[in-house]
Design a protein around this ligand. Structure first.
Ligand code: NDP
Ligand code: HSE
Length: 438
């Protein structure tokens, strides 16, 4: 029996996600009301162009170009227009007027999250953003609520569907990066301008959000180390599979421990990495996403599914709508952002990782010892070496040497690569990739 008054819901944006959210709010109104404990009345859908085609049938009378009027008096505002402005201004206005806000806008949160969360805390409202990371996959609520009593040690995430589609395609078909990107564009996975995806900006925004939540520390976007996938070659992908790995673009958020096991700080990074074929993340194909969480008490958990898509993302938004409605019914302030740990944020040079380094070297007595000495001079221990005979170049035989290091700081590993590149026995540094998930 629903006794609470109807809650006024304003939807800002009627695009891929907004049109699906509106359709579900209208079609499932009774079910949602029963779950929320209050009826949800869609008071309008703000768009730019009233006549633009929509993915779902939004009643004409709900469409408006006057977003600001919709916000006034709304109990719940759903921001699905994307971009930084006017989304930021409208969310601030909605929070200021006491509405709970739901957004899928990772770019906005990564750039202006601190300001928006502070405004929400000031007025006792809540900012929900389940859809901002990994689309349909529930990962924000598990990190914020389900794992609130645990200590998250590390997160390895495939949080960008476009890049996973491209790398998977390169792996499965042997395509070059350019051909795989063209296919991703043809199938509608990649945007017309895919820069944010292939250069890792989108994943870095999501990494900043995940790290902030997981470590109860505000991790700003500019503290996230970022490398994209444009330099990954077909040869690297083929060689990876031969060696028992697959190349993935990973968002890695982790606690950095000191020698005594205490916490020095946290780090967040995005870069291509070799993932062992036996790791669950290696089985994430196509445009799917997955987030692998290692927590002190819970152990390893994996969250998997669609990282994008209008309807799929709408599912995550609707979950937030029901949470927001329940909060209105129950009363009390929203759950504020948790930043109590305030841990130092460390650069990538401080993280422990492993490198796989592929070299073409001259094949002469003593070369292996010379290479081993470069590793040991930098305090890096070699775990495995694989040598194959290569071509004779200008009368001198060459060999391909694939080395995988033990764990060392990224700083020592990078210095090792630089020293190898300068060494006269090395003809070429063919490939350098970090190895994660061992
Ligand atoms: P779309 O580009 O499909 O839709 C944007 C909507 O916002 C359109 O309806 C547009 O109006 C409206 N809009 C844009 N600017 C204004 C403005 N100034 N005033 C009024 N209306 C405006 O975006 P998506 O639905 O794809 O994405 C929405 C959000 O969800 C973004 O933050 C995105 O990052 C996030 N997201 C999207 C996913 C996806 O799969 N699409 C997955 C996960 C997150 P009009 O239609 O008239 O042009
Ligand atoms: N461009 C993003 C992706 C959409 O490819 O995953 C979801 O954030």
């Amino acid at each position: 029996m629903i006794e609470y008054r109807n809650l006024r819901v304003a939807v800002l944006g009627g695009g891929s996600v907004g049109s699906q959210v509106t359709a579900l709010l209208l079609e499932h109104a009774d079910e949602l009301a029963a779950r929320a404990g209050a009826g949800l009345e869609v008071v309008g859908v703000a768009v730019r162009d009233l006549d633009a085609p929509r993915d779902t049938d939004i009643p004409k009378e709900l469409l408006t170009t006057d977003a600001e009027s919709l916000i006034v008096g709304a109990d719940i505002v759903i921001e699905l227009i994307g971009g930084l402005e006017p989304a930021r201004t409208w969310i601030l206005k909605a929070l200021h007027s006491g509405a709970d806000v739901i957004t899928a806008n990772k770019a906005l949160l990564a750039h202006h999250g601190a300001e928006l969360f502070e405004e929400a805390a000031q007025v006792g409202a809540q900012l929900y953003y389940e859809a901002a990371v990994a689309g349909a996959i529930p990962i924000i609520r598990p990190l914020r609520d389900s794992l609130a009593g645990d200590r998250v040690q590390r997160i390895l995430g495939i949080v960008n569907g476009t890049t996973n589609f491209i790398l998977d395609r390169m792996d499965v078909t042997g395509d070059s990066f350019d051909n795989a990107l063209a296919e991703a564009t043809r199938l509608g996975f990649a945007e017309a301008d895919p820069t944010a995806d292939i250069e890792g900006y989108d994943a870095a925004q999501k990494a900043a959000l995940l790290a902030s939540l997981a470590f109860h520390t505000r991790v700003p976007l500019d503290a996230v180390h970022r490398e994209g996938i444009t330099t990954v070659t077909a040869d690297q992908v083929v060689a990876a599979r031969k060696a028992g790995y697959v190349v993935k673009l990973l968002a890695i958020c982790e606690r950095v421990l000191n020698a005594d096991g205490g916490i020095d700080g946290v780090s967040a990074r995005v870069h291509p990495a070799l993932v062992p074929l036996t790791h669950p993340l290696a089985a994430v194909h196509g445009g799917n996403n997955a987030v692998f969480v290692e927590a002190e008490a819970a152990g390893s958990l994996m969250f998997y599914g669609a990282g994008a898509g209008g309807l799929e993302t709408a599912s995550a938004v609707l979950g937030d709508v029901v949470s927001a409605a329940r909060r209105h019914v129950i009363g009390g302030p929203g759950v504020a952002e948790s930043t109590h740990a305030d841990l130092p944020i460390l650069p990538i040079s401080r993280v422990l990782t492993r490198y796989q380094i592929t070299l073409t070297v001259v094949d002469e007595p003593g070369v292996l010892a010379t290479i081993a000495a470069v590793f040991s001079d930098h305090g890096v221990s070699v775990e495995a070496v694989n040598q194959t005979v290569g071509a004779v170049i200008e009368g001198v035989p060459s060999a391909t040497l694939i080395t995988v290091s033990h764990e060392a700081t990224d700083e020592s590993l990078a210095a090792t690569v630089a020293a190898l590149a300068d060494n006269s026995v090395v003809r070429e540094v063919v490939s350098v990739l970090r190895v994660e998930g061992l």
